[in-house]
Design a protein. Sequence first.
Length: 629
Amino acid sequence: MQRFLVVLALAGMSVKGYSQGLYKPRDVQHAFDKNTRSADGKPGKDYWQNKARYEINITALPPERTIRGSEQISYINNSPDTLRGVYIKLFMNIHKPGAPSNVPAPQEYLTSGVHIDGFSVNGQKRQWQQSPYSFTVVPVRLAKPLGPKDSIQLSFDWHYDMSLQSNREGMIDSTTFFLAYFYPRVAVYDDYYGWDRNSFLEDHEFYSDFNDYTVNITVPNNYIVWGTGTLQKPETVLQPEYLKRFQQSFTSDKTINVVTKEDLAGKKVTLNKSNTWQFTASNIPDMAFGLSDHFVWDAASIVVDSTTNRRASVQAAFNDTAKDYHEMVAHGQHALKLLSFKWPGVPYPYEKTTIFQGYAGMEYPMMANDETYEDPVFSRFVAEHELAHTYMPFYMGINENRYGFMDEGWATTFEYLMAIEDMGKEKADGFFKQFRVEGWIGDPSAEQDIPIITPGNVVSGAGFGNNIYGKPALGYLALKDMLGDQLFKKSLHEYMNRWNGKHPTPWDYFNTINSATGKNLDWFWNSWFFQPGYIDLAVSDVKKASSGYSISVKNIGGFPAPADLLITYADGSTETKHFNSSVWEKDLKQTAITVATKKQIKSVKLDGGIFMDANTKNNSFPAEDKKGF
């Protein structure tokens, strides 16, 4: 009987999940204890998340810099908790003098911040109260607590001035604006972290609930507005000729010049002295918009789902002088095709995307704010990266502020895999090493070696950037190399199926991959994501064995990286022997690679490829004499 109970207990462990040995912060462990998260990686039986409905009206009258807005927010508390207050995010206060920031703020960047002109709760007007020491996060105490499954109505009237220095948002030029993070919003309240009270510090990113939006943007005549969501009743803002071109683009593989510079010069693109462009979107984490009176408009579409033959629109808005942007719709079509059918191999989930010429190299739902470049290859590279963000963090509601490696790391991974399709592996490897690995491996400072799992909101500087881009991308690619494409894609799809439209944590990802592959990969997660370290492998010995040779490889840096052994034989022939990360499962410090051969080995050299080695001086093992080993 006792033996039976032991076997049953062991079986129960495998059913519950593998990742019981990974460190969990107390807040994450609390979510597992409350059954909102589960050890097998699925959302727990008691999982919940809050939601809001935003109805927003914006007026923008360039060249006047002031943006005026009003909104109604219906916020639903799906949590089991009674909320005695809410936190409001006012991202535009990052421009206010004195706001904490990790990025220098020149005079052109500064404004007077967000001015709340009116505020009400459930129809009752209230005086807006904000401490002079609070900027992008403002607590609001409720007169009546918001109970579980109850809702609250919040109303705001506000205005702010566009920053002269454009970054993620701001003035592109005097009559071209990019509106992002422009509206007061309720911060995320979730099952493991509670209220997201982290300040926006400019270099870190965001965390948003999945909400429903209706946004009306009123602009002067001959201004075009591009943005997230579906443009409602385009016939009320566009002249018939441009409406026809716009509608044709949704079924055209070929780029259509919806509005040209000649059209804009004629000032007959829109219908009225002022026009209100309405956009709607459901179950999406944010909205962003660009507007201009001189940006041209190209558009086409591409099939993103072969099962349903569904097409997605690809649009570009840009100054006609930007040569690379004349190919941007084609770049976007190409990216959506690769993302939908190759990696991640999930149909692009939205009806459209727009690439807007700006200065940020930044992603938004259905939007990208990208620079113009002399090199069209680099323009495509940036566009592909930003469009890859569609999946993480927008399809998957990731807390970028704390766990940016869950979105930037994946976008970097997809960017690399698309680059292989675009330019071949050799050039893609060079690109990846130059932009994603060299800065990390070439810098031996301590902050570069901090664990990837370290919450990003407590990290800044170069260590932060490498921790969310190159390092985790290498971790995901090492996993792909170890599992093989088929199992890697299967487990990735399982993760995305479970958590799209929700808020996954790293532990949900680790648990899901474990359960989807049927493998206990805790040793891999622990070494790549939870431990400090770097990549440094060394060939320490080459010995004769019964079937050939045994090549000893030491892992000095601690990361279980794959590599190639380039073997040169005494007869002048060569062989490449690849080993993946699985060789480090039993012993992270040292492994032996067996080479079955009857030839004599003259020399061995280790090459990590994109898994660049911190010290290449110990990567070779020379012959002891002219005859070899």
